[in-house]
Design a protein around this ligand. Structure first.
Ligand code: DGP
Ligand code: NA
Ligand code: NA
Length: 210
């Protein structure tokens, strides 16, 4: 009775790259083409842990940097049983941010190594595809101005981008870099093409772990 499993597809990138718009369009397009698909996003601000993270991001509370890193990771872990259940049922998950944001954002702070930042996420379901929406700091600056949330500063985002570039050298992951300076429709076409390939490949492969 083992049917096809769904694919775990992640969208990553610096803030303002268009991840949320593209995740929404991708889920719709996959469903229209007969691939069961659902959207998720991290941080998931609806859980108790997610509410602590949200309060930190809107600067209503301050949390120590290691502590908040572990909370972001815990927020991913608390959704793992649900993610596995859906993937096993054949539903592909399109996820707006994952462990890579966790590592890139925390390791952009002084005093954090990539290795320390990666460790709490070891064992999470491994993505079948990581789409990196690439936007240079200059291009990002031409978009709407940043909001008031923590991390929404050009200098910090520049360091985050450097960290993402380091993470992309991992050959055990299927990273695909998408030029996010193009139109919404152009990006969408590329993203859909990579996703359909990943869905076909995932169907015959066991889900691995980070
Ligand atoms: P979003 O809701 O996608 O705008 O994400 C909120 C902010 O939190 C955004 O600046 C990216 C950052 N972020 C996302 N995941 C993590 C994480 O795991 N750790 C840290 N430190 N920051 C994260
Ligand atoms: Na944001
Ligand atoms: Na977003």
């Amino acid at each position: 009775m083992t049917g096809r499993r769904g694919a775990l597809i992640i969208l990553e990138g610096v803030d303002r790259a268009g991840k949320t718009t593209q995740s929404t369009k991708l889920v719709q397009a996959l469903q229209d083409r007969g691939h069961p698909a659902e959207m998720m996003k991290f941080p998931d601000r609806t859980t108790k842990i997610g509410q602590m993270i949200s309060s930190y991001l809107v600067k209503a509370t301050n949390l120590e940097d290691h502590t908040v890193h572990l909370l972001f990771s815990a927020n991913r872990w608390e959704l793992v049983p649900l993610m596995k259940e859906k993937l096993e049922k054949g539903i592909s998950l399109v996820v707006d941010r994952y462990a890579f944001s966790g590592v890139a954002f925390t390791s952009a702070k002084p005093g954090f190594t990539l290795e320390w930042c990666k460790s709490p996420d070891v064992g999470l379901p491994k993505p079948d595809l990581v789409l990196f929406l690439q936007l240079s700091p200059a291009e990002a600056a031409q978009r709407e101005t940043f909001g008031n949330e923590r991390y929404e500063r050009a200098d910090f985002q520049k360091t985050v981008l450097q960290r993402f570039n380091q993470l992309m050298t991992d050959p055990t992951l299927n990273w695909q870099v998408i030029d996010a300076a193009r139109t919404i429709e152009e990006l969408h076409k590329d993203i859909l093409r990579h996703s359909e390939v990943a869905i076909e490949q995932a169907a015959t492969q066991p889900l691995k772990e980070l």
